[in-house]
Unconditional design. Sequence first.
Length: 202
Amino acid sequence: MPPIRSLSELDPDGFYTYADYCAWQFEGWEEIIDGRLTPRRGYWGTAHARTAGNLLRQLWHHADEDVLAPHDADGLHMIAVALGGPLSATVVVPDYVIWRKPLPPSAHDYFEGVPLWLIEITKPGSEHLDWVVKHRLYERSGVEEYWIISPESKTVTTYHLSNGRYELTGEWWEAGQIPSSSLPGVVVEWEALFPADKYATP
């Protein structure tokens, strides 16, 4: 079978696996959810990029010998995660992926396994995917902690896995510390995540 070199060569109604994903020879960073091709939705605008950068600067400060510093899916370290391992039919590209050391098996920029903590930053058009589809997917896959950050509303919503179900652990929309529920001592400052626009008109 000839190699797949563009998204247009894929059957939108086809069934795909992690093995197929690794063989594709294009960089569209699409996702596969339960075997179905799921193009990443929404537009990476200025607000998304700024929020992603602000988050990365804060999370890097908490890297230590036990926790791998986060992989940034919007910068040079974009990675795909095969939830369920090498035979998975689900491959996602979250905005941020946090693992505990040692790293799981990987091929190229793809990792196999279930991360400790996943973070999605919403974009116009991605709301259903982030709030419904991925919430359910990460929950049943066993991802311990899930954050949804909304640059447009400047809110952070956090969940922690308990007895196989996500429990809401907090909603932040004003200045304060946002703690990780799976990594004690790791916090994100809301003000540093959404700094005031110095060019805004009073």
